[in-house]
Design a protein around this ligand. Sequence first.
Ligand code: PRP
Ligand code: MN
Ligand code: MG
Length: 177
Amino acid sequence: MSEKIKVLLSEEEVDARIKQIAAQISRDYAGREIHLICVLKGGVFFTCELAKRITVPVSLDFMSVSSYGDDTKSSGVVKIVKDLDQPLIGKDVLIVEDIIDSGRTLSYLIEILKGRNPNSIRLCTLLDKPERRVKDVKVDYCCFNIPDEFVVGYGLDYAQKYRNLPFIGVVELENQD
Ligand code: PRP
Ligand code: MN
Ligand code: MG
């Protein structure tokens, strides 16, 4: 088997939409500072592109989480692999993700981060697959709703590959003759 990548959202479409969302965020947070939290690894490319286009002051921190496995997945528990460096108290936090799928990762993360007493906490995602949702998550900013297909690029991986593609693609498995 080999993989072929079909373009779902071109580099131009993605860039244009990130510009729009960044402008909306900059308006919504006018007069305030935003503390961006990038969820590693998938969120890293989107975080950079978004942050460059936000016009209010921005600070950045990074967090890495992973699911424990099937047992704990159903309870929505995720393990913090790398925690934030800075406290959140009094900050206007904006979590940046590449994709919301079942919602397990983010519903858990938001609960943890709320406990650290930020002034506010919102979620911004590049992609959303609403039909896959198991846990309710309030998405404040979403660039694209997409159908339930296996997507890669712009931070999203297939077995750790393809994160660096500058567009969103769908993986198509094909048999080699
Ligand atoms: C993916 C994606 C989100 C999460 C979404 O991360 O980047 O963080 O899964 O899935 P959920 O809504 O069902 O929880 P992954 O665990 O693959 O790690 P990665 O970002 O390092 O690729
Ligand atoms: Mn991720
Ligand atoms: Mg992944």
